[in-house]
Design a protein around this ligand. Structure first.
Ligand code: FES
Length: 165
């Protein structure tokens, strides 16, 4: 997968965020979230974590404590599309594992991994309110339920078309 290039202009944009929050370490979480939003692969590269630590005058280990604690923050690049499979109660009752097996087989990765070409990341999620069409997953912000194997493959192929287009 391509690595994020952290250049001066990205660091300048991050500096603007830090300054908007008065270089105050109490705003670390928000600063990290907004910084991650500038990075297409949705994660905080190490050089960015270090830069933020220096600017807020705090050790990088503390910055990583926050990155690893909050699930919305990532220390590794994510795929272009994130597939979140629900494993909360209703989806568990309706055997979310069957969807997991199909997704893992189709994408050739395991849960928590990202495809070699950086197109998809597969991860678990808590209930996102699609219990009536359970078991369900969502890709980015779009929810899919009432699924068959054929339908899942069709959906994935649609995204493959988009991501390669
Ligand atoms: S329990 Fe899975 S969407 Fe609600």
């Amino acid at each position: 997968m391509e690595k994020t290039i952290v250049d001066r202009s990205l660091l300048n944009s991050i500096d603007e965020i830090i300054e908007r929050y008065n270089c105050d370490k109490h705003n670390l979480l928000t600063i990290l979230q907004e910084s991650q939003g500038l990075i297409p692969e949705h994660y905080i590269p190490e050089v960015v974590a270090k830069h933020i630590g220096i600017r807020l005058n705090m050790p990088i280990s503390k910055v990583y404590d926050v990155i690893t604690f909050f699930s919305a923050l990532n220390d590794r690049p994510k795929g272009k599309h994130v597939i979140q499979l629900c494993k909360s109660s209703v989806c568990r009752l309706n055997k979310y594992q069957s969807l997991r097996d199909i997704l893992e087989r189709e994408l050739l990765i395991k849960m928590g991994e990202t495809t070699e070409d950086g197109s998809f990341t597969l991860e678990y999620s808590a209930c996102f309110g699609a219990c009536d069409v359970s078991p369900a997953f969502r890709i980015d912000d779009k929810v899919y339920g009432n699924l068959t194997e054929g339908k899942i493959i069709e959906i994935i192929n649609d995204y493959r078309g988009i991501s390669h287009g």
